[in-house]
Design a binder for this molecule. Structure first.
Ligand SMILES: Nc1nc2c(c(=O)[nH]1)N[C@H]1C(S)=C(S)[C@@H](COP(=O)(O)O)O[C@H]1N2
Ligand SMILES: [Mo]
Length: 213
């Protein structure tokens, strides 16, 4: 399916569900498996039909916006940061979940300490090599399980899963985690990302089923 048709189809579905009256729950579920999700052992791939293959010697990660020390990191710079590992569950808004994903890379907090966001910074806007973007409140990014992953299950990320580096924010739907990461911008005002502009919610909390805008 062409990229444009796929994106339009997902957007129409989100709009249809919203028109049908789909609403997030007032009370969050306390189950490990969020409401409306089905467990999978596999690892489906969700992308825009583009998997940009960035050579590591050309790869950069630019962290800027409302920070004291903006940085553009090379792969060598990035991988010299303190290593971080975490096991977490993964929830895609298209209703599949995967438990116990073992990610390794660099914690968001390490990047935070590196660039020193200013007090005005309240939101984070992530951009990717495939043209993707997504936005998350800074507070959600500072959770102790948030990282920029370079490895899954002890192996370097596969290209289809966002190599060489992708964001993982376990407590939000997985569209909030940018694969093929290229930029992190700290902002005072929220700025909607790719799916947030196309019918998906701004919040993205799986336990209240905050799926659609
Ligand atoms: N750059 C980029 N990141 C992305 C996406 C994308 O299309 N491009 N899709 C998002 C969505 S909708 C999901 S569910 C997860 C899927 O990750 P996976 O393909 O490794 O399962 O990546 C998210 N991050
Ligand atoms: Mo997704």
């Amino acid at each position: 399916m062409s990229k444009e048709r796929y994106i339009a189809a997902k957007q129409r579905l989100a709009e249809k569900r919203t028109a049908e009256g789909f609403k997030p729950r007032a009370v969050a579920s306390t189950d490990r498996l969020p409401p409306g999700q089905t467990l999978t052992d596999g690892f489906p791939v969700l992308d825009l039909g583009v998997q940009p293959d960035m050579p590591l010697d050309k790869w950069t990660l630019t962290i800027d916006g409302l920070v004291e020390t903006p940085r553009t990191l090379s792969w060598a710079d990035f991988t010299a940061l303190p290593p971080f590992e975490d096991i977490s569950d993964f929830h895609c808004v298209t209703t599949w979940s995967k438990f116990d994903c073992r990610w390794a890379g660099v914690s968001f907090l390490s990047l935070y300490e590196l660039v020193k966001p200013l007090p005005e910074a309240q939101f984070v806007y992530f951009t990717s090599y495939d043209g993707y973007s997504t936005n998350v409140p800074l507070e959600k990014c500072l959770d102790d399980d948030v990282l920029i992953a370079t490895h899954f299950d002890g192996q370097p990320l596969e290209l289809k899963h966002g190599a060489p580096a992708r964001v993982i924010i376990p407590k939000l739907y997985a569209w909030k985690g940018a694969k093929f990461l290229n930029g992190i911008r700290f902002l005072a005002e929220d700025q909607l990302g790719f799916w947030e502009l196309r019918g998906y919610s701004n919040g993205g909390d799986p336990w209240t089923e905050d799926r659609y805008a």
